[in-house]
Design a protein around this ligand. Structure first.
Ligand SMILES: [Fe+2]
Ligand SMILES: [Fe+2]
Length: 290
């Protein structure tokens, strides 16, 4: 009885066994060498929990919801913490499935940043890799999975068929609001993505946290790394301006490190830690607003 009470509400908001199941799904989706036709068969790559996750995400990310969450989190009123304290906090998001083979959240971040570092990219680029998923702490704030991860998409205008599982948008209340369903919806042509509200998640939150500290190229990586319809499929260009187009070259440069750097091997955290301590304090003050 107890067990039922404890797991039932969880399933409603947490269909994924682990938050990283979504990241793994996307990595499978965009496996190197896949043809467009193979890609379009994504429904067969999605297990029932991933499919359920997208069903919830697409049905509940309304313009109203996004504005509410931005008002709640983007003012950064949850107190001051260092990047390291937040990384430690994110690490408490432990996967139950197999603690021996699974990597911790910090290890995932280090794999991404180490892959970037190995290819000789600038220090801010490495740092963007290291912090890019820290926004997943939203999950620890009590947000449901569908408000933390998932490919992002603009709300307040027509949904693109380039977003995976577009059929699930039919259940979104915004689908019945005429004003939100025009090609441009509430936006002006080429108004620029800064004026466009994307579905809420970990990208927007870490962007807000880092916006005063990283160069703009890095901020685009943080803010749009899950906007696959745009950076992978070229959708929503009618909302982007020329500056977005230029900056998206960096988002695309970042994406492979996010997707393909995941290995099973635990990085030698102790050995590389001094490098990251230097790097973090080069760009961030010790305490920042979250
Ligand atoms: Fe991410
Ligand atoms: Fe990531």
């Amino acid at each position: 009885m107890d067990e039922v009470l404890r797991t039932a509400p969880l399933k409603e908001t947490a269909p994924l066994k682990e938050l990283d199941d979504w990241d793994d799904f996307v990595a499978t989706l965009y496996q190197q060498g896949k043809s467009e036709e193979q890609f379009r068969n994504y429904r067969t790559d999605a297990n029932p929990t991933v499919t359920e996750f997208y069903r919830q995400n697409h049905a509940q990310q309304t313009l109203d919801f996004v504005l509410k969450k931005k008002a709640e989190y983007c003012g950064l009123r949850r107190g001051k913490k260092s990047i390291w304290e937040m990384a430690e906090y994110l690490n408490t998001l432990v996967d139950e499935s197999d603690p021996d083979t699974d990597l911790s959240q910090i290890e995932h971040l280090l794999q991404t940043s180490e892959a970037i570092r190995k290819e000789g990219h600038p220090r801010w680029f490495i740092l963007a890799g290291f912090v890019h998923d820290l926004g997943k702490v939203l999950c620890l704030y009590g947000e449901p999975q569908w408000a933390v991860v998932g490919d992002t998409f603009p709300v307040g205008c027509a949904y693109s068929a380039q977003v995976v599982f577009p059929e699930f948008f039919a259940a979104n209340p915004d689908a019945n609001v005429l004003e939100y369903q025009g090609k441009y919806g509430i936006y002006e042509p080429h108004c620029g993505l800064d004026k466009v509200h994307l579905s809420f998640g970990h990208d927007e939150y870490i962007y807000q946290v880092a916006r005063n500290y990283l160069p703009e190229e890095g901020l685009y990586m943080l803010r749009y790394h899950s906007f696959y319809a745009a950076h992978r499929h070229g959708a929503y260009r009618h909302l982007m301006n020329e500056h977005d187009e230029e900056m998206f070259a960096w988002v695309r440069k970042f994406n492979p490190y996010d997707l393909y750097s995941k290995g099973r091997e635990h990085p030698d955290t102790q050995a590389i830690l001094p490098f990251y301590q230097d790097l973090v304090s080069e760009f961030f003050p010790d305490q920042i607003d979250w």
